[in-house]
Design a protein around this ligand. Structure first.
Ligand code: SF4
Ligand code: SF4
Length: 704
């Protein structure tokens, strides 16, 4: 394979002004004996691309190393035939643009070229795993607005949809609505509920099969081949490729809102109860003074700490019911803030035009019953005055809680339902890939995922359905889904060495591994997100990917020339997570922020994918320190692989033991977390660590 590698170094984008690219080229030719190592002034130009392509064809190259800009950019340009191994070395953002000019910059460029070449030598072309009989049908669980919309979108895209609803009729909460608030201009008119249109559409689409009064006994399998057992008097088996979970929501239990008068007077009701009253009796006569209490249980740490998103517009809508049904009635709305997501602000402005709807910001101090009437004392109003209102009826704008997902009855070792993130809503990485739950191929839609109204649920349902379709199509091509979309590599286990220790099964965040009774891992490849956490977990080094393996990273570590300790040039190995930290480093380069040239960066799929053996390799070959930079773990949920970043902490104990056994200082390893926008912190993080290492002195293993 060595003879078939072509190395192409770009001298454009200032690289050639800072680095002696011809000298770097010599590294490839002299140290690795490669005959095709060349410099070009703009590899990303048409000429540059053809320059490489001609070599591939003429010299039957099997692998190409491009030493130029970051591998995160120009991916559409450097697109060679699938059978060509491609590796990119980042000489622009992470050498030329971030180091001061001088010999250290040249040393870094030469080292990165060495690392790239050995990586290619230890990498094979990824042959995708394509399971037999990938099924393209999609199960939608829940027949409310999200489920109906999702099913319609999927069916229109040409997929066969199985729509399952546990009640005996479709529609969910839409069945209870009298009217809907407008989500498009003109914003002054309430609209009929969309239910009829949605049901007509579902009925007209032949590729939707509806199952009402049906529950799910079991879902097993993996994307492309889930086995579903339905229960509706009898058991029915389905095979589907993906699942959309749209179980909806439940209103917050108003019995917990006694302080707002609920349960103390029949004239204190919830907005759900009021909707029902109006729907059942649209000719209803209403009393003269009606008060809405917003955030009834929402944005309250004793109840639901979050904004339920739909309740302000619902109260505005119900205020309109009152004014239309009973023009002599007055409406009072006491709010913490009026929050009208989407285009709801336009509707709010329309309702404000009615001078018999009074709005006041305030905090409810007290709700008292006075004979047939209700007295409401409000504090902290906009004028900072207390006010007291006597009304005939109070409507509580109660919040939204997600329905449980246990009813999916997943047969995953991680549990029956979808994992929850915050406040019991099912979610994955809410910033980067909101529909991806932690169960690949199962996508949450609508208010089971986050509080949202009908318009938002409709949009969300399309998003989740398209992710489900994407997942099925990716399974057909043998590719990973988000965030490593298109990756054809997958964990390959050399089982002869497996000791059944179960670390991989326990640490995989996506339940990819089932296990035998003895604990032997059983791989469900299509559940895998290719994070490499199992590779990092395995003490026996059993798990590898074609393009990311124990050997390829070890070879990269060992390829760096470690200066003799007397040269006073420390070497710091930096494992950088490719999700947030690597782009942050690129951005630091783009902004020309300078940092120490003593670092050598190895991108990893996740900090959780770092295997302990790489740490001992690095320390044994004389690196003075190891810095791991990953995505921020914890509450805000930045780690793209759930707990990969956190694992560095738990595994850190073992690593400290390694340091102790090698009689090395604990500072020789440091972990830092960054968000993608933290690029400006990169110089400080790196330079501080280099200073620490300079202070504690060289690694005693250097030169051994
Ligand atoms: S690569 Fe990640 S998702 Fe795949 S099996 Fe390993 S730990 Fe699980
Ligand atoms: S971590 Fe490695 S040794 Fe342990 S069960 Fe998994 S593959 Fe086997």
């Amino acid at each position: 394979m060595g003879k078939n590698i072509g190395v192409y170094i770009c001298s454009g984008c200032e690289i050639g002004n800072c680095i002696n690219t011809e000298k770097t080229c010599q590294v490839a030719m002299e140290e690795f004996n490669l005959s095709h190592a060349k410099v070009h002034s703009a590899l990303c130009s048409v000429e540059g691309y053809n320059f490489i392509l001609t070599d591939i064809e003429e010299h039957k190259l099997k692998a190409v190393l491009i030493a130029a800009c970051s591998p995160r950019v120009k991916t559409e340009v450097f697109d060679f035939p699938d059978n060509i191994l491609l590796e990119r070395v980042n000489l622009r953002e992470q050498v030329a643009w971030c180091f001061e000019y001088g010999e250290d910059m040249q040393m870094a460029a030469d080292d990165y070229l060495r690392m790239g070449i050995v990586k290619l030598k230890n990498t094979t072309v990824s042959e995708p795993y394509i399971a037999e009989n990938i099924n393209s049908e999609i199960l939608v669980v829940g027949g409310g607005i999200s489920g109906l919309s999702s099913a319609i979108e999927g069916a229109k895209a040409g997929y066969k949809i199985h729509l399952v609803e546990k009640e005996n009729t479709l529609g969910g909460k839409l069945n209870t609505l009298y009217k809907q608030y407008p989500s498009r201009a003109p914003f002054n008119t309430l609209t009929d509920p969309v239910l009829k249109n949605k049901l007509d559409e579902v009925t007209s689409l032949e590729n939707i099969t509806v199952y009402t009064s049906t529950t799910i006994e079991k879902i097993s399998g993996q994307p492309g081949s889930f086995d579903v057992k339905l229960l509706n008097g009898k058991t029915q088996n389905l095979k589907v490729g993906a699942v959309v979970a749209a179980m909806g929501w439940e209103p917050y239990d108003a019995n917990k809102l006694g302080h707002l008068g609920y349960g103390k007077s029949p004239n204190v009701i919830t907005n759900e109860e009021f909707e029902k009253m109006v729907k059942e009796n649209p000719g209803l006569s209403l009393p003269p003074n009606i008060l809405f209490i917003q955030c009834a249980g929402s944005r309250d740490k004793n109840h639901l700490p979050y904004c339920s998103s739909y309740c302000c517009c619902t109260s505005l809508k119900q205020a309109k019911y009152i004014r239309e049904l009973s023009p002599d009635s007055s409406v009072f709305i006491v709010y913490k803030d009026i929050r009208t997501p989407g285009l709801g602000e336009e509707f709010y402005k329309e309702v404000q035009k009615d001078d018999q709807v009074f709005f006041t910001k305030g905090v409810i101090n007290e709700v008292l019953t006075e004979n047939e009437k209700l007295r409401v004392n409000v504090g902290k109003t906009l004028q900072d005055e207390d006010i007291s209102l006597q009304v005939d009826m109070i409507i509580l704008a109660t919040g939204m809680q997600p329905a449980g997902t246990e009813e999916l009855n997943l047969t995953y070792r991680l549990g029956k339902g979808l994992p929850e993130l915050k406040y019991n809503f099912s979610d994955s990485h809410f910033i980067c890939f909101p529909y991806e739950t932690r169960r690949t191929g199962i996508y949450a839609a609508g208010s089971v995922r986050a509080p949202m109204d009908i318009a938002a649920c409709t949009e969300d349902a399309s998003g989740a359905m398209f992710k489900a379709i994407q997942c099925i199509e990716a399974a057909k091509r043998g590719e990973a889904v988000h965030p490593r979309s298109g990756d054809k590599s997958y964990p390959d286990l050399f089982m002869d060495r497996c000791t059944d220790c179960k670390r991989c099964t326990e640490e995989c965040p996506f339940g990819t591994y089932d296990e035998t009774e003895q604990g032997t891992p059983l791989l469900n490849i299509n559940r895998c997100r290719r994070c490499g956490i199992c590779l990092g977990s395995c003490p026996e080094r059993v798990i590898n990917f074609s393009n990311f393996s124990i050997n390829s990273v070890s070879a990269m570590i060992k390829a760096v020339e470690i200066p003799d300790e007397f040269e006073e040039k420390p070497r710091i190995l930096v494992f950088v997570c490719e999700n947030d930290a690597y782009p942050a480093m690129d951005m630091a380069g783009t902004k020309r922020l300078k940092y120490s040239p003593y670092v050598r960066i190895i991108p990893v799929r996740c900090l959780g994918s770092i295997n302990k053996v790489w740490i001992s390799d690095a320390l044994s070959c004389g690196y003075d320190g190891i810095l791991q930079i990953g995505c921020k773990p914890g509450e805000n949920y930045q780690c793209h692989f759930i707990h990969g970043s956190e694992l560095t902490e738990t595994r850190g104990i073992n690593i400290q033991e390694t340091l102790q056994s090698m009689m090395l200082e604990p500072e020789r390893i440091r972990t830092e977390f960054v968000e993608i926008t933290d690029y400006f912190k990169i110089p400080e993080i790196i330079n501080n660590y280099v200073e620490t290492i300079e202070r504690i002195g060289p690694n005693p293993f250097k030169g051994m």
